[in-house]
Design a protein around this ligand. Structure first.
Ligand code: FEO
Length: 394
């Protein structure tokens, strides 16, 4: 395992997780990387670690550059265990007293994970740390992605080590934006939608602060996925757009599950009605599409229409799962409405409606329900339902 040189004296020593397909509920069909960085200066510095299972990969890459025992400082930009899990093992190998620089909240949170015995050095927002010829400057980025999050800017090399911000769950042969091109953007969008969406106002504030600092940035190195070196400003500008949470006015999403194809027939008739009015609409079946892919589509949809059959007086389990996941992401600025088939009691559509109301979405109208199998007249109702939603979107 060899480190990859990013610049003179700066190395990528992170781990590639080719096989991860579920990242705490998010489908990572391309795997992921846990990026970590080694800076060789008068003070040898490791920025972030990796998941604990990848400790040996990290240590081997460090050893390909320098004896790991020569590390003087560790920077922990973020406590979550995909970046800190290896920390106790690294400290055990290189010396338990090695100082670990982190935010004040990072000290609190790392202590809650790994105990109080680490030699913490809490840094303030804007504080600098001299490594010799180079200087790191730290900026707090609370809730991007945890309360402890911060980023580290290497002043002389103009590199921003951005932790979770600007990341993507992607493992591939490419390591830089210029090697993969536009193909990385769907991964970046999925990451934003599933991880950072609820923190959009804070990200917006951070981007404003970043602009005000007028930092010259030649490379952005997030803790997941590829590095932005060809045009780092592009991902910053894309984040600025995503933070606005402005849905595409012609995009609607029909999300559903079905038992005997009745709710499915309703979903497809609703999509037909939306499409007839010029909307870009598609059905997403929750046992064919992963919740994290549905959320990625929902992120910039203007309308979200959710359907469930009634199962034992309640929601179909996948629909309940999706509603829980969506609610946590705090969607805004969307029309929402529910539908569903039922046999005798018919609670599901109302239960979805209750959840959509609790998310403070803009409820379009009462739920649409059909008993047992929709006949032609019922399908016509669904079609017209779709058309009315489309008209409300305009
Ligand atoms: Fe990649 Fe919030 O950890």
């Amino acid at each position: 395992m060899k480190a990859r040189k990013l610049a003179e004296g700066i190395y990528d020593v992170g781990a590639t997780d080719w096989n991860v397909r579920d990242f705490h509920g998010y489908s990572t069909e391309s795997g992921s990387t846990y990026n970590a960085f080694l800076i060789i200066d008068e003070k040898v510095t490791l920025i972030d670690t990796v998941k604990k299972e990848f400790t040996e990969q990290l240590m081997a890459k460090i050893a390909s550059v320098i004896d790991p025992g020569k590390i003087d400082y560790i920077i922990s930009n973020h406590t979550e265990m995909d970046h800190s899990g290896a920390l106790p093992r690294v400290l055990h190998r290189i010396g338990k007293d090695t100082p670990v620089y982190c935010s004040k909240m990072g000290q609190k949170n790392l202590s809650s994970h790994f105990g109080q015995t680490i030699n913490f050095r809490a840094v303030a927002d804007g504080e600098e740390l001299s490594l010799g010829k180079r200087t790191l400057k730290f900026f707090e980025t609370r809730m991007i992605h945890w309360p402890d999050s911060m980023v580290s800017y290497l002043i002389e090399d103009k590199i921003l080590f951005s932790s979770d911000a600007f990341g993507q769950h992607y493992a591939g042969p490419e390591r830089f934006d210029d090697q993969i091109g536009e193909a990385i953007m769907p991964h970046a969008k999925k990451y934003f939608a599933n991880i950072l969406w609820p923190y959009s106002p804070l990200i917006k504030a951070f981007l404003t602060k970043l602009k005000g600092l007028n930092l010259s940035i030649e490379m952005i190195c997030p803790d997941h996925g590829i590095y932005w070196r060809q045009n780092p400003q592009k991902i910053v500008e894309t984040y600025a757009q995503w933070c606005e949470l402005q849905p595409r006015s012609n995009k609607a999403l029909v999300v559903y599950d079905t038992m005997w194809h009745s709710t499915e027939a309703m979903a497809e008739a609703i999509v037909a009605g939306l499409t007839a009015e010029g909307m870009e609409a598609k059905p997403m079946h929750l046992r064919s599409c992963h919740r994290s892919d549905v959320v990625t589509e929902a992120f910039d949809a203007k309308a979200i229409i959710i359907g469930s059959p009634t199962l034992n007086n309640g929601l179909f389990p996948t629909v309940a799962d999706f509603l829980t996941y969506l609610k946590g992401l705090k969607p805004k600025n969307k029309l929402a409405v529910s539908f569903g088939s039922f046999g005798w009691s018919g609670e599901a559509a109302k239960l979805i409606d209750d959840e959509l109301k609790s998310m403070s979405l803009d409820i379009f109208e009462e739920p649409l329900k059909v008993q047992y199998v929709p006949d032609q007249a019922s399908l016509e109702l669904c079609y017209e339902f779709g058309r009315r939603i489309a008209q409300a979107m305009q």
